[in-house]
Design a protein around this ligand. Structure first.
Ligand code: CAO
Length: 438
């Protein structure tokens, strides 16, 4: 049988009769030398009392609230390996506040860039696992130094959920920070979704790899998209529009447009049609306020347009689309998209959008489900138009150019019936673009 060792409170200098504020071990735990056993708090400092031994905890002899002094028995441990040196009792300054750590964790996101980024910085820490180790002690053995345990405890991080990257599976301070960053990125604006971080995998074990860092834009838009994805209950309504006449009209304007030095693509017609639909269905031109209890209805019509740039997705906003003609819109769209590709957009260029259009029609695909650009409540995805046989009431078929549409919306604000009415209306306007004038 292994030797039974007693962990007692060592001499703590001037400190005596100190209150236990936390007991970190329970019988059955396997601990390593230097792992914390209890936390004491005097009026000057808090102290973690490490175990001088590695082994299995057989019994715990103290409890929270008790006041103890040098020599008090804390626990008995079935020895695995004894350590010769005296344990070092860590005394700590006040731990960093959650606000400080959040600020540190989001430091790289601090370059003011878009409105959404400003909101990202305000995102609260999601509710994390309680720090009560008596409730949450799992069977998994955690390798972490007392200072890391304390750091995690102060931030409400359950070390069971943290992925260790240190030697022999030790959890490092960076691992705790990575966990917080992951939780921040996944944090919903309200509610309780808490997503644990992805495991760290060495893919080079399976074959040759190359590591490419994400661009700053990709990191920023990725965090924004992730937040929209987890915090907005999405529904996507599909529809289609016969754009045969619209396309004939567009082509008839081609030489006139060229003379004006602009290129008229279907997208500018979509922008005008979307404004007509927003005017007919004002609830789609709205945002929920931060309490989630009031809808802010907008009386202006600023349309965001997703632009594919070498650095990643950007969504500049074209303002007052209702007040501009097709040629002006085409010219503004072209210059704005070019500025986006050249990385010359200013933060204001990406703020104030009411509704976003994501057009992949120039590229291909039959349809796709766009992610709502929160705090907007809806987004239109436009895929590539295709010639199709369309059935007529007299039984014949005609060849028509059919445009696939996909409207994703926030189901907290928009009901399914409204979504279907919106796309039906939009389809009618696009099919007969003269309706924009009505
Ligand atoms: N169906 C068929 N053809 C289409 C089309 C559609 N729905 N939409 C555009 N086209 C055609 C255009 O007419 C143009 O052909 P012509 O020169 O012969 O007229 C060609 O496709 C290329 O158009 P374009 O893409 O250069 O211009 P656009 O106004 O349609 O789009 C912009 C501008 C900035 C939106 C686009 O360049 C872009 O970046 N799209 C990607 C958006 C994106 O990444 N969305 C995904 C977001 S989620 O990750």
């Amino acid at each position: 049988m292994s030797e039974l060792l007693t962990i007692t409170l060592p001499a703590l200098g001037d400190f005596d009769d100190i209150e236990i504020i936390e007991v970190l071990i329970v019988p059955g735990d396997v601990i390593e030398a230097e792992d914390s056993t209890i936390i004491l708090e005097s009026d000057k400092a808090t102290m973690e009392i490490p175990s001088p031994y590695s082994g299995k905890v057989v019994s715990v002899h103290v409890k929270v609230g008790e006041r103890i002094s040098e020599g008090t028995i804390i626990a008995k441990v079935e020895a695995i390996e004894a350590i010769k040196e005296e344990p070092v009792v860590e005394q700590k300054e006040a731990a960093p506040t959650i606000a400080e750590t959040v600020a540190e964790s989001t430091a790289e996101l601090k370059v003011a860039d878009t409105e959404s980024l400003v909101e990202q910085k305000k995102t609260k820490l999601p509710p994390m696992a309680s720090v009560n180790h008596e409730e949450h002690h799992s069977n998994k053995f955690i390798h972490a130094s007392p200072s890391i345990r304390r750091y995690a405890r102060e931030l409400g991080v359950n070390l069971d959920l943290v992925i260790a990257t240190g030697a022999k599976g030790r959890i490092l301070k960076e691992d705790v920070k990575a966990f917080i960053k992951g939780s921040l990125a996944a944090a919903p604006t309200s509610g309780g979704i808490s997503v644990s971080a992805m495991p760290t995998i060495d893919f080079s074990k399976f074959g040759e790899v190359e590591v490419e860092p994400l661009s700053r834009i990709q990191k920023l838009s990725g965090a924004h998209l992730h937040r929209s994805w987890v915090s907005v209950p999405h529904v996507t309504q599909f529809d289609e529009a016969d754009i045969t006449e619209l396309e004939a009209f567009r082509k008839s304007l081609k030489s006139e447009a060229e003379k004006k030095g602009v290129r008229l693509t279907p997208l500018v017609f979509m922008m005008k049609a979307v404004v007509a639909a927003l005017q007919a269905f004002p609830r789609f031109n709205a945002s929920l306020d931060s309490s989630g209890e009031r809808l802010i209805l907008k009386k202006y019509f600023h349309i965001g347009v997703a632009v594919d740039t070498p650095n990643g997705l950007m969504v500049p906003v074209i303002r007052d689309v209702d007040k501009k003609g097709l040629y002006d819109l085409a010219a503004e769209l072209a210059t704005t998209a070019q500025r986006a590709r050249d990385g010359k957009l200013l933060p204001f260029d990406m703020q104030g959008g009411c509704f976003t259009i994501s057009s992949l029609g120039g590229i291909g695909g039959t349809n796709f489900t766009p992610i709502v650009n929160a705090p907007e409540v809806a987004i239109l995805g436009v895929a590539k138009a295709k010639m199709q046989p369309v059935y007529q009431p007299d039984g014949s078929f005609i060849a028509a150019l059919v445009l696939p549409l996909a409207l994703s919306y926030d189901h907290r604000v928009i009901d399914g019936a409204q979504g279907a009415r919106f796309t039906s209306f939009l389809s009618q306007v696009i099919t007969d673009i003269r309706r924009v004038l009505l």
